[in-house]
Design a protein around this ligand. Structure first.
Ligand SMILES: Nc1ncnc2c1ncn2[C@@H]1O[C@H](COP(=O)(O)OP(=O)(O)OP(=O)(O)O)[C@@H](O)[C@H]1O
Ligand SMILES: [Mg+2]
Length: 550
């Protein structure tokens, strides 16, 4: 049930913006197969008429015609290949973007429980498999069916008893192939799953490699990795064996058909009941019947394999967006007035209540501090304001409007969260600071970097602001990272800035200086500061102490 539904959804993606070129491809395919259907007739005429009756002129004409058909159908195939590869790439990019966009709309809950390796395996491997599934396979199914029917029509007019033998053998092929198809699809699914598990392990290793080395747990990792890899390899080998025995059996039965035609047909020729031309034409039409039948069966195998991937892709796309994006909702203007109000807010991640009956007001132009023991829910409050999770009870309001009634994009655009852990992209330091926003003036960026005391460090880098940092680039110390994070938040000029342990890696003196330097930039904003150190919250206008009752 869901299989056919997902195929329909996938085909919708395939054909949505490709209707015109898809129609052209279909017409070209139809023309080439019709042209090919003339080949046996021409062969028969060459053998029985032209050669037998020594008609040289007719022979030349037929040979030219034969050549013309072969050349034009080959040329058309090249055009067809071009169209298909263009369509495939378009679908591939469209679906991949759709996947990534959907992922970015999911909730904190999903992000917390996400298995990165599985998702990566879907985005990379399943998308790769699906790339080759689409218009091509569907059209060839249709064309093959048509060709087979026309070939059958000609065959019926020729030799009925010979056809009967062919059909019986053909049925045997179909039967054996359909058995194999089932096994292949279930094995493929197993392999996809193992592949996802393996990606998880490698992903875990690569992204934590330093900690793994420090904690001396790499041996344990290799044991886990080798076990998974071995089981995957043995599954893959099994699948390859099944596929190749499938092909061999089909080939044997196929050659049996050919030899039957020559043997039985040869007897008929000896008895004078058939001409050589007819035999050759019969044999060629049989190929036109069997070839398409085999490719239909093969396509079926490929469809089964792709279906596994299609289902996996749609399982991500079907992940419900529980945080309503509210695209038509209010937009938070850049200069909003008013306060953020938490009104009797209750929230729990799972069963246990994390926050209960929280009442707070964060005023514009003021700095409000949140303090409390570790795990009391300070970062959770930030997550709720950012709507990574939605609250269970109560209300969070900005400008007296429930945050759920705002357009989510606009809400998030106006909130900058500076955390301890800065996410750096493998890009220039300038782009890391502006997040690629070309409208931000360099002078402005430099000014802010100066205030957070990172300007000198950046200007001394080999390429200054254009130095590539991130994964492979320059390494930053914890304190430097935090300065970049603060600069990034200030550059984005959000109306609400939240510092969640954002200065923990700075020494007291630098922290004091930086806070003084940026003070005027924070004037008209709503500032929330979360910190354990007293010196950080000393200047706050208001302090909330979160109490963990339980
Ligand atoms: N994504 C999550 N899923 C489930 N539970 C979570 C999640 N994030 C936090 N929690 C739990 O919620 C509680 C509050 O966590 P939170 O991160 O808000 O604490 P915190 O006050 O910021 O602590 P810290 O000062 O150590 O940063 C903790 O008990 C934590 O285990
Ligand atoms: Mg925290």
């Amino acid at each position: 049930m869901s299989n056919s539904k997902n195929i329909k959804r996938f085909l919708k993606v395939v054909f949505e913006k490709n209707k015109v070129i898809a129609s052209i491809a279909f017409i070209i395919m139809l023309i080439t197969s019709v042209l090919d259907l003339f080949i046996p007739q021409i062969t028969r005429l060459i053998l029985d008429d032209a050669i037998n009756n020594s008609k040289t002129n007719l022979l030349i004409k037929l040979v030219l015609l034969y050549t013309a058909i072969r050349i034009s159908s080959s040329l058309l195939s090249v055009i067809l290949e071009y169209i298909y590869s263009k369509m495939k790439k378009r679908v591939y990019i469209k679906l991949k973007i759709k996947l990534l966009k959907h992922l970015s709309k999911l909730s904190g809950d999903y992000y917390t429980n996400i298995k990165t390796g599985n998702i990566l395996s879907i985005i990379e491997n399943d998308m790769f498999i699906v790339e080759n599934f689409g218009a091509e396979i569907l059209f060839s199914l249709i064309i093959n069916a048509i060709t087979a029917f026309i070939a059958l029509f000609f065959l019926l007019k020729m030799e009925f008893d010979l056809l009967l033998i062919v059909i019986i053998l053909q049925l045997l092929i179909t039967l054996s192939q359909s058995k194999f198809t089932k096994i292949i699809s279930s094995k493929t699914e197993e392999i996809r799953k193992s592949d996802g598990n393996l990606s998880n392990i490698i992903q875990e290793f690569v992204s934590n490699i330093m900690n793994i080395v420090i904690s001396k747990s790499s041996f344990n990792f290799f044991k886990r990795y080798i076990k998974q890899e071995k089981s995957l390899v043995s599954k893959c080998i099994k699948l390859d064996m099944i596929i190749s025995s499938n092909i061999s059996i089909a080939r044997i039965l196929n050659s049996l058909i050919t030899i039957c035609i020559y043997g039985y047909g040869g007897l008929k020729i000896i008895k004078g009941k058939m001409s050589i031309g007819e035999l050759i034409a019969f044999q060629q039409y049989t190929e036109m019947l069997i070839g398409p039948c085999i490719s239909i069966i093969r396509s079926n195998t490929r469809i089964q394999q792709s279906l596994v991937s299609i289902n996996r892709i749609f399982s991500v796309l079907d992940e419900p967006i529980i945080i309503n994006q509210n695209n038509k909702g209010h937009r938070l203007s850049d200069t909003f007035n008013g306060d953020i109000v938490f009104d009797k807010v209750a929230f729990s991640y799972d069963k246990d209540k994390t926050l209960d009956n929280i009442n707070m007001i964060f005023e514009k132009g003021k700095m409000t501090a949140l303090v409390g023991t570790s795990g009391c829910g300070k970062s959770t409050i930030v997550n709720l304001l950012f709507r990574l999770w939605d609250i269970n009870k109560g209300k969070i309001m900005i400008d007296n409007i429930d945050i759920k009634d705002y357009n989510l994009k606009s809400l998030r655009k106006n909130i900058s969260i500076v955390t301890q852990d800065l996410l750096l992209f493998d890009d220039s330091i300038l782009n890391n600071l502006t997040l690629g926003n070309k409208n931000i003036r360099k002078q402005y960026v430099e000014n802010i970097c100066n205030r957070v005391e990172i300007y000198k460090f950046i200007s001394e880098l080999p390429n200054g602001f254009d130095t590539i940092i991130g994964e492979k680039g320059v390494k930053l110390s914890g304190g430097q990272k935090q300065r970049v994070a603060i600069a990034r938040a200030l550059i984005s000029n959000s109306s609400i800035i939240i510092f969640d342990e954002a200065t923990s890696a700075l020494d007291n003196i630098s922290q004091k200086r930086i806070l003084e330097n940026i003070n005027d930039l924070l004037k008209n904003k709503t500032i929330i500061v979360i910190a354990h150190r007293l010196s950080t919250i000393k200047n706050a206008d208001k302090i909330y102490v979160i109490d963990k009752e339980k």
